[in-house]
Every structure is written in structure tokens, then in C-alpha cells.
Ligand binder design. Sequence first.
Ligand SMILES: Nc1ncnc2c1ncn2[C@@H]1O[C@H](COP(=O)(O)OP(=O)(O)OP(=O)(O)O)[C@@H](O)[C@H]1O
Ligand SMILES: [Mg+2]
Length: 228
Amino acid sequence: MSETESVLELRAVTKCFGEGDARIEVLKGLDVHVTRGEFVAIMGPSGSGKSTLLNIIGCLDHPTTGAYFLDGEDVGKLSDNRLSTIRNERIGFVFQSFNLVSQLTVLENVEVPFVYRRPHPSGVRERCRALLDSVGLGHRLKHLPSQLSGGERQRVAIARALANDPVLILADEPTGNLDTETGEDVLRLLEGLHAEGRTIVMITHDADVAARANRCIHIQDGRIGEAA
Ligand SMILES: Nc1ncnc2c1ncn2[C@@H]1O[C@H](COP(=O)(O)OP(=O)(O)OP(=O)(O)O)[C@@H](O)[C@H]1O
Ligand SMILES: [Mg+2]
């Protein structure tokens, strides 16, 4: 069982940008381990490397050196194509700016993760409806994102993140564009997902938001600080 308990593991991950004199090392050897069912916050000052780390965890970018295991599979050296398949099948993303497709309805937005899956798994539409129900938006299926409030948009994004039944939910400042009260709804939803056994990694600047997770990893100048 032990290997399936590990959802993500970074070993001595570095990330460099640029060449020659302009080369900078943004991540300086990170070890991060998240087990199934954890709700982990990653905090750190601006420029510390949070987004760079998120891009690697989210299979949007490769580490320069070091290893990355996602759900037991070594994904650190996969081709971009394979990486995008893994991303599509195993990770649910929630972004600060929601990233919904403006021309698609609420229901169609939640179905987006299946666009590249042929044939569509059976019951996709029913599953997406049920997910929208579970985030309190069952009555908004045919609306466009522009017809929703910010909090409602983020709830659609959370439903979309769950559509693939991902092993990992990755949230980047999920309450960053929301007022306190609406942000609170979103945090409660994430806490509910955690209570159901989902694994969540959330990046935030905000200590109050980070406190909602059950563990916080501090990143400073490309290294892990104290883990509370
Ligand atoms: N593609 C890139 N090319 C060169 N440098 C980069 C690149 N991406 C990031 N950096 C540099 O890496 C450092 C860390 O950036 P990163 O975006 O990871 O920080 P962050 O912790 O997410 O900051 P913020 O809280 O402001 O979003 C910064 O100094 C940035 O300039
Ligand atoms: Mg960032």
C-alpha cells in the first residue's frame, strides 16, 4: 500500500531559467512529499518560487534536475505530450482567475476536461451535473461565466477540477480574487473535499487561508523553510 499512499513526491528538485551569465536557479533543491488525503498549503513571499513549483507539480513544466513522482509514476522526464495527458487525467486545477471558457455554459465548462478524451467515458454529463449540484450551482447550468458572480465562477472551476476524479487538486490562490465572504465559501468547499478524502495542494500568500490547510510548507528563496 505504501507507494499508493504517496500522491506527490519531489526529490531534490531544482529549476533554473536562462543561460550563461543570465542563468538563475529559482528552486534550489526541494523535497516535498504529500500523502493521499492531505490538504497542504504552500506559502512564501513574492518571487520565492511558488508559481515555478506549482508549474512543476501541475505537470506544466519539468524540473531542471531532481525527480518528481506523481501517484507513484516518475513524471519528471516525460515528454510534453505525455505530461499533458497526465495533467488532464490526474490533476484538477483551480486558478486565482477562474480560467473558465467564456463562450461555454457552466455545464460545458465542467465537461471541458473530457474534450480530449475519446471516447467520452459514459455518464459524463450526469457526473458534471451532479458536481455542479454539489457546489450549489445545479440551477445555473445554462448560464455563461459572465452571468455569474466571482464566487460562483470559482465554484464552477472547482466542479471542473473534480470532473476527472483527479488524484490531486491544485489550487493557486483560489481566493485571491474574491472578497472575504465569498472566499470563505470557496475555502469551506475545499475543506469539504478534504473531509471526503481528496488530496489538495493550495498556494497562497495569505496566512489565514493557509491556516485552513492541515499542513503548511514555507518556501523562501527557492528552499523549504520550517514546515509547521
Ligand atoms: N520563465 C522564467 N524565466 C526567468 N525567470 C523566471 C521565469 N519564471 C520565473 N522566474 C523568476 O523566478 C523567480 C520566482 O518566480 P515565481 O513566479 O515562481 O515566484 P512566486 O513565488 O510565484 O511569486 P508571486 O508570489 O509574486 O507570484 C522570480 O525571481 C522570477 O523572476
Ligand atoms: Mg506566483
